[in-house]
Design a protein around this ligand. Sequence first.
Ligand code: UD1
Length: 419
Amino acid sequence: MACIQISGGCPLCGEIGLQGSKNAVLPMLAASLLIPGETRFFHCPDIADVRAMAALLQKLGAAVSWDKGVLCVNAAGAHPVVLNEKDMADTRGCILFLGALTARFGQARLAHPGGCVIGKRPVDLHLLALKALGVVIEESEVICGRTKLVSGAEIVFPFPSVGATQNALLVAVLAAGTTRLHNAAKEPEVVHLCHFLNMAGAKISGIGTAHLEIEGVGKLHPLDYTIPPDRIVAGTYITAVLAAGGKAFLKGADVGELFSVIEPLKAAGAEFHLFADGILVKRSAKARLRAFDYIKTEPYPGFPTDMQSQFVALAALSDGVSIIEETIFEARFGVVSELKKMGAKIYLNENKVVVEGVLSLSPETLIGRDLRGTAALLVAALAAKGESRVFGVEYLMRGYEGFVENLKALGARIEFDAL
Ligand code: UD1
């Protein structure tokens, strides 16, 4: 089984560029099914989740090709096909084909989606929105959506689900009439999807707020779109530099999107220089970070759940006691047992961890069990003096492009071992 070998304790210095955002491109790939022509995705990350979505688009009859790092999708000849359990197993993003297929063909038939196991991941809010738009849903082992005509609707989400907001948008842009989404998710990836759809001819207003208004249009047209940098990947590299020490410039990192990540780190003593074209992060080997008083994951603009594991790894090395509460996913503390093997003092109580920082972590063989958790273990291993091996590479590949190469470029002693 493949693993990553790290000889930790070496400061990270230099400059790296950032890949395109996974969570931004996945819904756009589903949206490309609505466009009868060629859509070109520039700065598209070459990661397993994108490959999985692209393979499904092919299965649905779209022509898909990579041309010098640009992903091209031509859905002109697409047709509805059943997406089975195997098709839906790899990435959670596949659930967006429910909206896309229904909007384009008036019918969808797909299995429940897979993705990282970080707690129950129901799709009731997706179904609520689609039903309100006139889609008849039957749910058994597979989810079936059918409609002759989708029409605008007034939808109030009980919780601002990112995926449900995106699925509703995919249907509403081609619906007859106006749709209003209230308590919609405000995550940057929803904002990017709205911009993408508007560039394709959709009429969405209220972008970036919890109230989106969508005036249905007859059709969308092909476009070229540049995928924005990945805020979670940027956040992960920030935590890597702070764990190992050093000074690195993350070219392209979006300061605005990372506010809730940077603020607690600044309060803990990390040094940041924010520029229009990126972020410089710095920690000298002598200056230990202070503990985070209390961090709680929340919908955007709150602290992102996708950075929680990496922060637990940092807290394990900080001076004092940190409390980190997970409010979005119910089982997202898979890293705790692994960090404890390294000597971390972490006490898990339901959806909260109390972390008593230690001076150093010991190298270990570690097992990653989800995407961000594996990244967090690599962050911890970069700080631990000596040889660590981190398994779970298949999860890492879902969202990080060139992780090992980028860290090598910053001076880390890190190797991919295919075993
Ligand atoms: C997206 C991101 C994921 C991120 C999450 C929260 C993608 C591909 N994934 O996931 O990386 O961690 O946003 O920022 O963009 N829920 C329901 N019913 C539903 C839908 C969601 O109860 O129908 C619950 C979920 O179980 C979870 C919470 O709502 O507890 C948040 O989920 P949601 O915002 O939908 O996240 P995803 O779109 O799955």
